[in-house]
Design a protein around this ligand. Sequence first.
Ligand code: F6R
Length: 616
Amino acid sequence: MCGIFGIITNQDISVGKIVFEGIRRLEYRGYDSCGIVSLTDSQLIVKKDSGKIDDIQKRIDLSDFPLSSKIALAHTRWATHGPPTKENSHPHLDCTSKIAVVHNGIIDNFIELREELSSNGHVFKSDTDTEVIPHLIEEFMKQNNNDLKGSLREALKKIKGSYALAACYAEDPESIIVARKESPLVIGIEEGKTTYCASDIPAFLPLTRSCYIMNDNEIAVLKSGEVEFFDRKTGQFIEKELQLIEWSIDAAEKGGYDHFMLKEIYEDPMALMRTMKISQRELSLLAHMLWSADNIYITAAGTSFYASLAGKFIITKFLGKYIHAIECSEFKNQLENSLKDNAIIIALSQSGETIDTIEAIRWAKKKKNIKIITVTNVVGSSLTRYSDKVIVTQAGPEIGVAATKTYVTQVLTLALIALEIAKLRRIETPEEIEKYYNALKSTPQIIEKFLNENVELINEIVKTLEKSVNFFFLARGISIATAKEGGLKLKEVACRFIEGYSAAHAKHGPISLVREGFPIIFVAPPDETYQRLIGNVMEFKSRGGKIISLVAEDDTKIANLSDMVIRIPQPSDKYHNIFSPITFTPALQLLAYYASISSNLDPDKPLNLSKTVTVH
Ligand code: F6R
């Protein structure tokens, strides 16, 4: 839930400035507070405060450290244990102020550890779980000849919970020690010169493309331009493969756009084109797995869950088996007494770090003979470690807190699996399957055309809705997923209340809220639900609702009933309709973005949210 960044170098460079920029690139992981520690002349210098990095920078220069510093660690926080105050900001130090730690994760047994340490005379300055770590290390330093790595290993034996952490010791200017369990940690390296550690690759991408991905229960010793990995439990040396990251730096930066969210919406088409290239062999393997499973579940959180709802619909059409879609946080509660054997769980997660998704599949795997297929955007993320098969969507790094391009690539990935199933089962002729493929292949062009031609219309709609605080997003069939996802986007970034709902079900209660001018967005591709949706539009219109419809290019019926119409430039045929969650959703992403801007909000940093949710 937080971001960490560290550097150790033998070069004449400003480590303060480098970690400052590095931690800024991780601010999407939390922006309640920020802090940096650097080691100079056997002393730790700490600068930290609450608030967003740029606001803190106006008060204190976070990047200003002596040029002789060769080590620095930085942290950006999303508060869990204790409010977002200066005291609770990382880095945290031990009693001697010689050991500094930055940490992302949760120490589950911190209360017991804190009591034990306090009774041994340790004095705590914050409410955080993290602060027990430097104090525990301090305890073991005496027995370990002041060896930081050995002491950290001992400390970690006592800790229950998750962590990606980096530690340095004032008396050792030659190394940083890092450790990982269930929270992401990657190492970037410029051989012989500089080594970095970070929660995510984009943090050091402008500095190096060579990186190592750490696994759970590994410790690493970082020296200038060198790194060695060890098994935390046995202490044995681990050989690791250096990876070359091919993402463009541009993809990790804002480019020419005002916000990451806008940039990432405009990257929808490119992300889809890259994801179209997922190997046919891989997809075919997954199709076989699903075909032979007796039971199939799909689970995720937030946007990924809405992608699951759309994907479940598409897969079921070709597979002919019911797929149980269950929110990950409810997975165990709902299936405690009914989880079936010979089952497959498809887990969707952009980050691969959502703790509820990880916990759902780990619980299920312990209970039954179950295989896990993970669809994620992040290579080497925690979720992949508990999975039997992993498909990586090719959206590239997504920095905006609101998921956009990763949603369309998730749905596309599930759609590609669905078409492999169609081939396998021969329930469609090869010519028909070809038509579905062609429709899928045309999704990037449809979205690109829409984004290029409709900014003015979207802004006009935003203007007419400026004063509205409550909205319905309604649809039927597969488009309920689109309505829910579009509604979630507006909710998150433009701070409006939205009910994303079934248009038919809405008359069993929600309709009682409708008054003159109440805005209702109908998602209305011309599929088999269209005729009945016309009736629902009329029900809401006749009660004074302001109707905004999202329709296919040549629509007339629902368009004629609407106050405002958003047209998606796609043919009205069954081949395109089934993939409408991919082509219709970007319009709602754009609407949410401009609604956020017109409300003077920061769409990249919605209030109270974090990009990666690693707490239950
Ligand atoms: C919404 C959003 C969240 C995430 C959710 C799951 O825009 O981004 O709802 O979709 O927190 O995250 P992942 O997909 O990383 O598991």
